[in-house]
Design a protein around this ligand. Sequence first.
Ligand code: HEM
Ligand SMILES: *[C@@H]1O[C@H](CO)[C@@H](O)[C@H](O)[C@H]1NC(C)=O
Ligand SMILES: *[C@@H]1O[C@H](CO)[C@@H](O)[C@H](O)[C@H]1NC(C)=O
Length: 501
Amino acid sequence: MPYIIGLHSAASAFLSAGFATQFTVAVVICLVIVLATSSLQGDGEQAPKSLPGLHFFSIFPFFRQRHDFLKWGFDITGESIFQFQLMSNTVIVVSGASARQAFFYAKGFDLTEGFKILSGAIPMVRGVTSGLQTKRISTIHKRLAAVQKNASLSQLIPVILEDSRRILASYEASGTFDPFDKIYELIFQTTVRSLSSSEISDDAALVARLKTLYDRLDTGTTPATVLIPWFPTPAMIKKLWATKEIYDIIVRAINAREQSGISRNDTLQMLVESGDERLTIVGFIMGLLIAGARATGTTASWVITFLGGHADWRAKAKSEVEALLTAHSDPTAASLSCRLAEIPLEIWESQTPVLDAIIRETLRIAQPHTAMRRNLGPDVYINEKLIPSGSYVVYPFSDVHLDPEIYPDPWRFDPSREASKVDLAYVGWGVGKTTCLGTRLAKVELKLTTALFILGFDHEIVDKTGAAPEALPRPNWNDILLCRPPPGSCYVKYKRTDLAL
Ligand code: HEM
Ligand SMILES: *[C@@H]1O[C@H](CO)[C@@H](O)[C@H](O)[C@H]1NC(C)=O
Ligand SMILES: *[C@@H]1O[C@H](CO)[C@@H](O)[C@H](O)[C@H]1NC(C)=O
């Protein structure tokens, strides 16, 4: 997911500016901002309708209760497009089929610029590195493609499974856990493995530390850190230090690799050998780690939750994997993870219709993404409403994925739904100019971890009293990170099967 963009820029800005400069710039710019904020704009005839009320108050719900806030905006304006102010920025929210098409294909709409202001993942200084940035991002994308070439992705299969085995084997033989902690933790490990070095991934304490630091970046996002990211609030300073510590961990790994002269079969080796600047390597690992781990972790947590609440789909997925094991693995192999590792990549990618349908349906209901762009120009019109050059445009995925016209009874988990004939009815991996560049890796991670879990364990969902809940909890779209249901509403109750992990 594109938190990545913020992180790239942040890492770059942080590294090139240095602390002292940042603080000076922060204070100066903050003063300017305070003086310049209230640029109240009157609505022209073609401008989208504005939200009523003081624009300053849009900021909090946009970051804290985004789903409800956007829904409220559509309701109160009675329009399919409306606008509001975030400080001096105009943000236009669009919905509906033709707007969706326009949004994803408009030439001047830029994802990187959109995320800079609207994501708030990280503190940064505008403009410090903007020239370099485009080139660096495209190098990072190229390296990400290299990680997912058949040969490298195939090599990741046994190590992802071994990491998963190690973590799952540390669980008691039976018990309960919160999937939004434990499954996310598992995916964090496999993502660190896939995107960084074997030294980092082999060090459980270091991986745990990284996870803490990344959590700090996410939960440290306050309206202030988004809108006046230069201003040294305590939250911003905490984020800056977390960024620096992550940076140090990665640089240490690069140095150790270069100095040891020992070549390893991992992603760091590929990056070091590609001869990229150090900043690009750091940007790759820092940015993609959070992009990958968050989105994949959310999805994996919900896959396990949905399968725990839908025994029929659990059974179907399990027989699908069992059939693959029979066809492609040696039944006398020592363990389940070793047998799964024998199934070739091409089979995981092309012969798992049930897992594919489950992942697709999970993304539809439990991926609370709001796509963000900045219109770099020229002015465009969407449904006859003006989207001026320089404004920000957002498109909430709920508009299409939770639309009862397209997906009847939209909250119902039903992987057997037929693909809708409506244009761009599914945007789970992005469409148009921007599609997810980590899809292959994400899908393989999801399939391997899910396969090992559902064969190695039996599981169901319980509430905090230990009883099966009347209904599964609904994904909470206001939680833009994990779509996590209310704390305490949902646990996995599990028991080991007799297959050795
Ligand atoms: C289940 C997991 C994932 C989901 C559902 C997902 C979904 C998405 C979506 C919907 C977009 C487009 C966003 C937009 O249009 O605003 C996107 C972009 C992106 N994703 Fe993913 N993603 C996942 C995992 C990953 C992983 C594992 C990586 C990298 C290792 C990754 C890297 C990226 C990048 C680099 C972009 C930006 C592409 C660009 O700038 O053109 N994603 N992702
Ligand atoms: C490293 O990867 C190559 C394939 O890219 C593989 O042939 C080789 O066996 C691997 N080496 C080790 C030590 O795993
Ligand atoms: C890579 O794997 C995919 C399916 O997993 C297959 O369709 C494709 O032909 C493979 N490419 C090469 C170059 O082997």
